[in-house]
Design a protein around this ligand. Structure first.
Ligand SMILES: [Zn+2]
Ligand SMILES: [Zn+2]
Length: 335
């Protein structure tokens, strides 16, 4: 099979590798599409604290089961599945408290183990979630990011009348905004410097501006969600939280990034600051939600490229000129 292999930071190529064979409890998935996100860029730049290389990236993928190992129902062959890439150990203290997303022995397909940027990938059968045959490619591709977004909301207060301010109208910012809009029935405010992304945010019914002052200079929001990981956005966002409100660090900042904040204001205004890490009991809900959202998700997938287009995909992602970029490993030609 052909696979995109990252040998070491910034060094990657398409390689021919032996087809994987399923062990007991595993299935082989022929990948239809695998999304690229900020985590892949951190991986590629050698910025993640794991000893991964060489590794096949791709933790947001779906495809068709083509083989099953011992103990897996052979009726699953031919079925379409989305894969939860997270592989908690179920033995550490965090896993034993039910916080498998905070596992102390982090492992994930496409990060520490071979993932979806390959024609075939081996996955534990219980992490392959069955999809309806008619699901759109965008919906199936966005299940993993949506599962992250749902977990993000699981750790936020959810009050019907709350006003939300979201920093960043990339894929995650738009998914978080959509969840907030569905929850409150209100327009969500978004800060996004990129005019193309602002326009898309408006198409989704949100209100977008390059700076929070352009939305409402005197206003504060009940919940402010940073989906950028950018220091200046986080620092600005923290000043926009209403008294008693919540700030969420959802976007992935660089590991060494440091922000300035005034502890006095956190104290006086009773601000809650909360993180959100990956997926926790939210993959199943994301599968259902992606299916029901259907066409709403289509505008979020802006590029589709074959494995050979990985370098182009990385370039598009870094330029911020697309949203979700889909790698289609079993397709040879550019679309
Ligand atoms: Zn991701
Ligand atoms: Zn664990």
């Amino acid at each position: 099979m052909r696979a995109l292999v990252i040998e070491s930071p910034a060094v990657f190529s398409v390689q021919v590798r032996p087809d994987p064979t399923p062990d007991a409890g595993e299935v082989i998935v022929a990948v239809r599409a695998s999304g690229i996100c900020g985590t892949d860029l951190h991986l590629l730049d050698g910025e993640l604290p794991y000893d991964s290389f060489p590794v096949v990236p791709g933790h947001e993928f779906f495809g068709e089961i083509v083989a099953v190992g011992a103990g897996v129902d052979s009726a699953r062959i031919g079925g379409l599945v989305a894969v939860d890439p997270n592989l908690p150990c179920h033995r550490c203290s965090e896993c034993r408290r039910g916080r498998t997303n905070l596992c102390l022995n982090y492992a994930a397909l496409g990060v520490t183990l071979d993932g979806g940027c390959a024609e075939l990938v081996k996955v534990p059968a219980h992490l392959a979630y069955d999809l309806p045959a008619g699901i759109s490619e965008a919906a199936a591709l966005l299940i993993e990011p949506l599962a992250c977004a749902i977990h993000g909301f699981d750790v936020l207060p959810r009050n019907p009348n709350d006003r939300y301010l979201v920093y960043g109208a990339g894929t995650m910012g738009l998914l978080m905004s959509q969840l907030a809009a569905d929850l409150t029935g209100e327009q969500v405010d978004i800060v996004e410097p990129n005019p193309v992304r602002r326009q898309l945010a408006e198409q989704f019914g949100h209100r977008a501006a390059a700076h929070a002052d352009d939305l409402d200079p005197d206003s504060r929001w009940d919940t402010v969600i940073d989906c950028t990981g950018v220091v200046s956005a986080i620092e600005d966002g923290l000043t926009r939280v209403r008294r008693g409100g919540t700030f969420q660090c959802f976007g992935v900042a660089d590991q060494g990034a440091v922000i300035k904040l005034r502890p006095f204001e956190i104290y006086r205004d009773e601000i809650t600051i909360v993180g959100s890490m990956a997926v926790l009991n939210s993959f199943d809900r994301a599968t259902t939600m992606a299916e029901s959202w259907g066409d709403r998700l289509a505008p979020l997938v802006t590029h589709q490229l074959p494995l050979d287009g990985y370098a182009d995909a990385v370039e598009v992602f870094r330029a911020g000129s697309g949203l979700k970029i889909s790698i289609r490993p079993n397709e040879r030609t550019h679309r």
